[in-house]
Design a binder for this molecule. Structure first.
Ligand code: HEM
Ligand code: HEM
Length: 226
């Protein structure tokens, strides 16, 4: 295994563990009536993270950018999956083709689940912040879609965690440590500019993260006041 280098910046790691906790909380709180306010608040914050991650995919460091894990053809995804099953490490410090596809699916599904939650209403106990702007047909659709989308989130997360465990314990790749300290095997490839551990990037991420999380909570949570 080649020497380690900085790959995941602070905001990718911090965001990852926050959303992992958030998504677990959402799965538990979604069926608890007394937790529904907390459920809506955490869901709104998760939508802020989705916006952050989408923008970070363009202005973050090299391996956080979508250009470093582009959507590839089904053939390449199958090839990448085959390498996983045959325990051949892909020589990339960032996301592999199949890992990158899972990241896109998680982003889309978490985003759509949060959006459908915000558009939901049962006309009695709960009215989502987007409900007043939507036709009743769209609100009905959101009501029906939310439990389905939240189950799809659960399925992709289970697949993601299983894949991470496979890489970690069967293929002996240090992925989990990487999501804590940010270092991963470099396979001789450059870390790119800006350096994922630079102060400039830390500040850029802080501004964007605060704007996205604060903005989502401010606009959807407080201004539209559900
Ligand atoms: C609800 C739970 C979880 C969600 C929604 C989730 C989501 C994600 C997402 C979106 C990424 C891409 C990070 C990025 O590029 O910004 C990622 C990467 C990663 N996740 Fe998770 N995750 C969850 C749980 C976990 C758990 C429990 C572990 C470890 C035990 C884990 C380990 C990792 C690792 C190691 C990576 C980086 C993979 C690589 O190096 O290519 N995740 N996860
Ligand atoms: C990624 C974010 C979210 C996840 C993973 C999630 C997950 C869930 C789950 C698992 C349930 C139980 C579904 C069932 O009955 O089987 C649920 C229900 C619910 N969620 Fe969410 N949720 C999210 C965001 C939101 C948001 C942002 C809101 C509102 C602002 C919201 C409002 C509700 C409501 C009102 C229910 C109860 C009615 C129903 O089953 O649709 N959720 N959610």
């Amino acid at each position: 295994m080649s020497s380690s280098q900085p790959v995941w910046d602070f905001w990718v790691r911090f965001g990852h563990w926050l959303i992992a906790l958030g998504v677990i909380f959402q799965q538990i709180s979604g069926n608890e009536l007394e937790l529904i306010d907390a459920h809506a608040t955490v869901g709104i914050l998760l939508s802020g993270w989705v916006i952050f991650r989408l923008v970070w995919g363009f202005i973050g460091p090299k391996y956080a950018r979508f250009s470093s894990f582009p959507l590839t053809s089904p053939k390449q995804v199958m090839h990448s999956l085959q390498r996983v099953f045959t325990k051949q490490t892909e020589q990339t410090p960032g996301h592999t083709a199949v890992g990158g596809l899972a990241v896109y699916l998680m982003l889309i599904l978490i985003g759509l689940t949060a959006l459908s939650g915000m558009a939901s209403s049962d006309d009695i106990l709960f009215t989502g912040p987007l409900e007043p702007f939507l036709s009743s047909a769209l609100v009905d659709l959101a009501n029906q879609a939310h439990p389905i989308l939240s189950k799809l989130v659960l399925i992709i997360v289970i697949a993601h965690v299983s894949a991470v465990f496979w890489h970690q314990f069967v293929m002996k790749e240090p992925l989990i440590q990487g999501m804590f300290h940010g270092l991963k095997p470099g396979f001789g490839q450059s870390i790119g500019q800006p350096n994922p551990f630079s102060k400039l990037l830390l500040l850029r991420g802080f501004i964007l993260f605060s704007l996205c999380i604060g903005g989502a909570y401010g606009i959807l949570g407080i201004y539209l006041g559900w």
